[in-house]
Design a protein around this ligand. Sequence first.
Ligand code: CA
Ligand code: CA
Length: 248
Amino acid sequence: MRSAAFIVAVTTTFSTIVSTAPVAGGQSAQLPVYEVSRTSTAIKVDGKLDDPSWSKAPGTRKFINNSDGSSAPYETEAKILYDDNYLYFFFRCADENIWATLKRRDAHLWEEEVIEVFLQADPSQPSYIELEVNPLGTMLDIYLLDVRKPLRYESWNSEKLRWAVRVAGTVDGKGGDREWACEIALPFEDIVTAPRLPPRPGDRWRLNLYRVESRPVPTLLAWSPTRKDDFHLPGMFGWIVFTDRKVP
Ligand SMILES: [Ca+2]
Ligand SMILES: [Ca+2]
């Protein structure tokens, strides 16, 4: 169910506009809203945050525990930009022990450490896209027709999808690491349910961003916590709003 109430409050430091969603017990959860700036220069997808556009893009609020919205032990931040052809994501994950082993595209990356993007461009339709990237740079891309009803994801691949990771540490499950980062460029041409492509200022899509941590402590983190042990709850996704704010 979608919330009728949309924008409740605005602050300036982070994109912390919120909307609300009903949750169990008749209470409502606050859903984050991120205003997406438009980049004038193409993003170089190399896992580095050194593009001038990223420095001007606001960060999301810090990721929190998916189960209850409490503050998380690992710092995670994301940024989002768009241009005529792509929706860009940047994740930065502080991590003292980075771990993943899976190297085959579309492997079950969620069983290890990974970041995830869930995007529902038309909230009136049940379909959504799921992307996962692990610190080894392995991609899982899925097109779901409905909740947990994917097209065969080993064969559905976004052809123009680009991504890269950068690791400050070693991906070996041993301590002494600092962080890892991931950059993704998702081509609009694969977001087939979007009401308008490219999106125009004011267009609103549903989105959630997640992080699965395994070592040292298994933890599920979210930008917009679903408050269940389940990421596939589009009604609990946050919102992105495309703006005409331009960054270099
Ligand atoms: Ca870790
Ligand atoms: Ca795939």
